[in-house]
Design a protein around this ligand. Structure first.
Ligand code: ADP
Ligand code: MG
Length: 247
């Protein structure tokens, strides 16, 4: 990896927080750095990685394995703190917030979807989508109603009482997407959400994810290796030598 950021790296200055703008970008990664130390070896995964994601944008993150896609999503979703730089959520810096404030922000505003669904095996599709809403404090009736609506929107209205093991891979991922947006986050982060699915199912899951993001106006970053599917999104970013560049 190079020592310095690429010349075409995205770097943003104060003008993105123009006071006259109607609202700040939902997510700004400003020269984010992340390194891992293992024994004597230091791996600089991210070096001044910057990106601006607006509400309503669905952005692909395409880069080879090991280049830092998951690391970037973890930092964007406030699961990890960067070693340098800042992460602005809705215009507010988050690196200096307490752990509990970061957790609260993440719980209320960010949804995650992973390559494997991580649904609770003992619970139905409906219950898996109800659960995070109960934790958030919604009444059981409200949570069930919203879970039904979401699952129906994702084409799973006839699968509400099925357990994960009784669903296909594509159905499981759609339940995971419903769970991720159950609390109406403003940012959806998907880490190779179709990496485990066949091409036809991948295309369907991708299409439902994109439609949902567009309908709800949330911002989404989708890490994927599938260039065809990435081509259907609003923008494509990649990671090169630790910086974000437009693909
Ligand atoms: P990607 O998602 O693009 O495959 P990752 O963000 O998972 O990449 O990892 C980027 C690099 O950082 C890899 O070289 C990986 O081995 C390393 N890495 C990731 N997480 C850790 C960790 N917790 N400790 C040490 N190294 C890590
Ligand atoms: Mg990864």
């Amino acid at each position: 990896m190079s020592e310095s950021a690429d010349a075409d790296a995205q770097v943003y200055s104060d003008e993105i927080f123009d006071a006259e703008a109607a609202s700040p970008p939902l997510l700004v990664l400003d020269r984010v750095a992340r390194r891992y130390v293992q024994g004597d070896e230091t791996v600089d995964v991210l070096l001044e990685a910057s990106a601006v994601i607006e509400s309503g944008e669905v952005v692909a993150l395409i880069a080879p394995s090991g280049t830092g896609k998951s690391t970037l999503l973890h930092i964007a979703g406030l699961l990890e703190r960067p070693d340098g730089g800042e992460v602005y959520f809705d215009g507010e810096p988050t690196v200096g917030l307490s752990d509990s404030a970061r957790t609260a922000l993440r719980r209320n505003q960010v949804g995650f979807v992973y390559q494997f669904h991580h649904l609770l095996p003992e619970f139905s599709a409906l219950e898996n989508v109800v659960m995070p809403q109960l934790i958030r404090g919604l009444s059981a009736a409200e949570a069930r109603s919203r879970a039904k609506d979401l699952l129906s929107y994702l084409g799973l209205g006839a699968r509400l009482s099925h357990r994960p093991s009784e669903l296909s891979g594509g159905e499981q991922q759609r339940v995971a997407i419903a769970r991720a947006v159950a609390n109406a986050p403003r940012l959806l982060l998907a880490d190779e959400p179709t990496g485990n699915l066949d091409p036809v199912t991948s295309a369907h899951v991708f299409a439902t994810l994109t439609a949902l993001a567009r309908a709800s106006g949330l911002a989404a970053i989708v890490a994927t290796h599938n260039l065809d599917l990435a081509g259907t999104l609003d923008r494509r970013l990649t990671l090169r030598d630790g910086v974000v560049v437009e693909a």
